[in-house]
Design a protein around this ligand. Structure first.
Ligand SMILES: NC(=O)c1ccc[n+]([C@@H]2O[C@H](COP(=O)([O-])OP(=O)(O)OC[C@H]3O[C@@H](n4cnc5c(N)ncnc54)[C@H](OP(=O)(O)O)[C@@H]3O)[C@@H](O)[C@H]2O)c1
Length: 254
């Protein structure tokens, strides 16, 4: 039988984030939702960010039903002022997960300037503003974590993905520069670079086809990405910083 990832996934139950607060952007869906559930299972109080209040409530209910704590912090990250306001609404957080984003695939000639700007505002600028606003308090405490969502698309070229790929390469670059800036004062900054993942955003047939190009011959479940993020923001990864971890079924290894 071929593994699908569902059979492989075993829930991490180590409660090593007790007393910590985590802001997860884009936690109302897909990978961000899985990360929110993962960090709550590890004991963190989770600030569930997104735009869709209905889906946010579902994620919060799921966390609370398992005995965890969460609250909704809405913001449209396409608007820089909303990103700055989100940092204020969040208050002091120990863990920041820069996950929110969207993709656009098509001929480069067809990408209009407004969509290009919105892509970079949501995928890149928002993470920059949030980290800049929230990291100094972590530095002052001498501890904290930032975890960024990059992608294999930031490492290899995907036809039709020039602009999206560049946003994800930026997240990898941020990871190294922020590690250089913040880690000497105790704040670890890492990224995961997933391959194809089954989420609401992704077209299922495309995800499946891309999954077949990986060494494992399949796409990932969102929980398989969340497991790695849960590890990266926990004390179990205490000597890792500035790393971009490929979670792509080996797609970029060959
Ligand atoms: N799926 C993949 O194959 C894959 C692979 C590699 C990397 N990634 C990366 O993983 C991250 C999550 O992707 P996903 O597939 O889980 O996507 P998803 O299911 O569409 O979820 C995207 C999340 O981001 C939020 N979001 C998007 N644009 C926003 C904006 N302008 N303002 C506020 N919130 C916004 C959405 O909030 P609302 O719905 O509430 O508005 C939603 O919670 C992205 O950074 C993506 O680039 C995905």
């Amino acid at each position: 039988m071929h593994a699908t990832g569902l059979e492989l996934h075993t829930e991490t139950t180590v409660r090593d984030l007790e007393g910590k607060t985590a802001l997860v952007t884009g936690a109302t869906s897909g990978i961000g939702r899985a990360i929110a559930l993962q960090l709550a299972a590890q004991g963190a109080t989770v600030l569930v960010h997104g735009r869709d209040a209905g889906r946010a409530v579902q994620v919060i209910e799921e966390i609370e039903l398992s005995g965890g704590h969460a609250r909704f912090v809405p913001a449209d990250l396409g608007d820089p002022a909303a990103g700055i306001q989100l940092a204020k609404d969040a208050g002091e957080v120990d863990i920041l997960i820069n996950n929110a984003g969207f993709s656009w695939f098509g001929a480069s000639a067809d990408l209009d300037p407004e969509t290009f700007d919105r892509l970079f505002a949501s995928n890149v600028q928002a993470a920059f503003l949030l980290t800049g606003a929230l990291a100094p308090a972590k530095v002052a405490r001498g501890e904290g974590n930032v975890s960024n969502l990059s992608s294999m698309a930031g490492i290899i070229g995907l036809a039709g993905g020039a602009a999206y790929d560049a946003t994800k390469a930026a997240m990898s670059s941020f990871t190294q520069a922020w590690a250089a800036e913040y880690s000497p004062r105790g704040v670890r900054v890492n990224a995961v670079a997933p391959g194809p993942v089954y989420t609401g955003a992704a077209d299922r047939a495309n995800t499946e086809a891309l999954g077949k190009t990986t060494l494992l011959g399949r796409a990932a479940q969102a929980s398989e990405i969340a497991e790695v993020v849960g590890f990266l923001v926990s004390p179990r990864s205490s000597y890792i910083t500035g790393a971009v971890i490929a979670v792509d079924g080996g797609r970029t290894a060959v």
